[in-house]
Design a protein around this ligand. Structure first.
Ligand code: 13P
Length: 345
């Protein structure tokens, strides 16, 4: 079992590609559709996910896609299950298994992520459907008083219980503690909070007996709050992110796949590229597990119009390609517009 988990985690993050997160809950997907005037129905969500999953050549840049419960049960217009489309293209199938956040008692409006009840049974079902990896997201908001150690501990504990259950089922857990970039906090404050969160997470993972070679860590990058007037230079952000990761993430973890967290599309690519261009002494692979930073321009182009599918797929592929270059340390912002070369259809 450990051999399989190690190999599956390695294949997700160490082969030059990244992960495409398309696991928005129906509510989140509908909210994004509403902003663009797209009809908010199960059929429109299915059509959009078909566009993403069937984009020609996407498998060259993406090793896995994370689906939502609704999506893993859906099929293309021609009746081929999405899971089968992905597997035929060599793309690993992932599934979001947390059930979202709820307010945590005895905190200042902090949240705890739920979904442990019945998880063993759901993992068995998803595994039988073809999922080989899963995702659980914990969320931490920075204010002068948060995150509290109570919220950090509770969320780290839940992440560890989730990860242990995944591994019992032969499924690689993506462990996602997200420190939000909303707010006006400094880079240093984000570094301190991220360090505390990751320390708690790895302490709980160890306590729960989780096999670290068979997980993928999906953290946020260390950023100054979006509302902070002093935005650090790229080099400062890179240094702060690498320092916190080196302080907290054991070398046994095969790879770190960052979330994009509301960053501008190209900024997220540029930062990943700069992280990979830094001196190559990091023990883990550094790649992407982006949602918005890859999907956004494609969604904005599609807008629910069937005639725009081909161009939206081309736009999607361009972002996936640029992020794969960044993951390989070969991203050049000056060459963003270059044509895709050698992409099989
Ligand atoms: P973003 O890249 O849009 O932050 O999404 C990643 C994700 O999976 C959030 O849970």
């Amino acid at each position: 079992m450990q051999t399989d988990l190690r190999a599956a985690a390695h294949d997700l993050v160490c082969t030059g590609g990244g992960i495409l997160a398309i696991d928005e809950s129906s509510g989140t997907c509908n909210a994004r559709f509403a902003k663009l005037g797209i009809e908010q129905t199960a059929e429109r969500r299915r059509a959009y996910r078909e566009l993403l999953i069937t984009a020609p050549g996407i498998g060259e840049f993406v090793s896995g896609m994370i689906l939502y419960d609704e999506t893993i049960r859906q099929s293309t217009q021609n009746g081929v299950r999405f899971v089968d489309v992905l597997r035929a293209r060599g793309i690993a199938v992932g599934i979001k298994v947390d059930s979202g956040t709820t307010l945590m008692p005895q905190t200042a409006d902090e949240t705890i992520t739920e979904g442990l009840d019945g998880l063993r049974k759901r993992l068995a079902e998803y595994g039988a459907m073809g999922a080989t990896f899963a995702k659980w997201r914990a969320v931490f908001r920075i204010t002068p008083d948060t995150p509290s150690s109570r919220a950090v501990q509770a969320n780290a504990h839940a992440l560890a219980r989730y990860a242990a259950l995944c591994q019992e089922a032969g499924i690689v857990p993506i462990v996602e503690p997200e420190v939000l970039a909303d707010g006006d906090h400094s880079l240093e404050r984000c570094a301190d909070v991220t360090r505390a969160v990751l320390r708690a997470v790895f302490s709980e993972l160890e306590g729960a007996g989780v096999f670290l070679e068979g997980i993928v860590l999906k953290p946020s990058m260390v950023l100054a709050g979006f509302a902070n007037a002093r935005q650090p230079a790229l080099g400062e952000t890179v240094a702060a992110t690498l320092r916190v990761l080196r302080d907290t993430v054991p070398a046994a973890v095969p790879g770190i796949a960052f979330l994009s967290g509301g960053q501008d599309d190209r900024a997220a690519t540029q930062l990943l590229g700069a992280l990979n261009a830094a001196p190559p002494d990091a023990p883990w692979a550094l790649t992407f597990s982006y949602g918005r930073a890859i999907q956004r321009p494609a969604l904005e182009h599609w807008r629910g119009n069937p005639e725009s599918v081909g161009e939206a797929q081309r736009i999607l592929l361009q972002r996936a390609y640029q992020n794969a270059l960044a993951a390989r340390g070969a991203y050049d912002p000056a060459k963003e517009e270059r044509l895709l070369i050698g992409v099989a259809s």
